[in-house]
Ligand binder design. Sequence first.
Ligand code: ASP
Ligand code: MG
Length: 422
Amino acid sequence: MARIVMKFGGTSMAGTERIRRVAKIVQRQQAAGHEVAVVVSAMAGETDRLVNFSREASALYDPAEYDVVVASGEQVTSGLLAMHLQALGSKARSWLGWQLPVRTDDAHGSARIEAIDSDAVIASMQAGEIAVIPGFQGISPQGRITTLGRGGSDTSAVAVAAAVKADRCDIYTDVDGVYTTDPRIVAKARKLKNVTYEEMLELASVGSKVLQTRSVSLAMKEKVRVQVLSSFIDEDAPAADTLPGTMIVSDEELAKIQEGLDMERQLITGIAADKNDAKVILTAVPDRPGAVATIFGPLAAANINVDMIIQNVGRADTDTDVTFTVPQADLERTKAVLDENRPSIGYEKLSTDPKISKISVVGVGMRSHAGVAATMFKALADRGINIQAISTSEIKVSVLIDSDETELAVRLLHTAYGLDAA
Ligand code: ASP
Ligand code: MG
């Protein structure tokens, strides 16, 4: 017997037929002898609709009331799923965020979970009742409803799994797992059986949008084993015990799994592409101590996230060029901040290029291997793809290229690292 938290996203909860299917999938886990809690999203599209109503009410809506409005989508689906489970003969009840409670801070619209009181829900699970918990919502220290930020129900599910000490947190979604790269770009992409938390964080933050990034950090911190799997399995498919999806685990667990399978660790686990950044170039910045601080201080103060940074060697030892990337959505604000601070920075010219793409190769296997970056540079060079910037970490090498070459680069690298499915 295991204790399992199951999470279903908006597509799985959109309408009576789908909720009934979810109820059957949940029931099968219980029938297999497990204790089950379910975390649900609002019906697909519902949260967007509620956000719009808030905007229409007032451009300067009260964030606390916004949370009252947008949290309601999950209240509806949790009640409905409990009804469907009951109709199928199971004991079930909903536990709203304020009832458990899921305690958060008071940052309305993007609250963080601080603690979840789990005694009551564990007792009810042990008594054979299925606990249905709306994702995305909690309660502030002032007793008001909060929400966790868009996509937050993944984080709710991981937090519940940690609180009830679940053996596993199964995230049912509209993809059937995590792939070596985007299967829409590379038809030969393979589904990964296992991926580590750190790899998942790198893959998620650079484009494989399967789970909310925050949920992966939380799973890593709380050591929650997370499985991503499809909610479109047919009802006769084997129970999730056979782990049909991708397991997200710690380095240690991965090492154990691979030892058991007598398998050599892949050098590279996956390749991600991200077209959401823009490049900013400042020419002829005075080359003196403190120069870059005058650039990045004001950007940080404006909450603009800078990613890759290159400072070129100065010309004639008096000035230098500084290149960096920011989210495209922040480009206009970035220009305004730099313009405003031009007197203290002292650059000559500001130019920008939104037509760039960041390609990353990710894998814990590269920790113990040299030559990963060289393989990447050579594969790109052989096809005449120009590298505009490079950054590395222990488990990742990223390069910046022209965005027109994104698909070509991902395909080349997928082949170069031997990731193509047979
Ligand atoms: N319903 C919320 C949203 O659409 C939370 C979630 O589904 O994860 O953002
Ligand atoms: Mg989601």
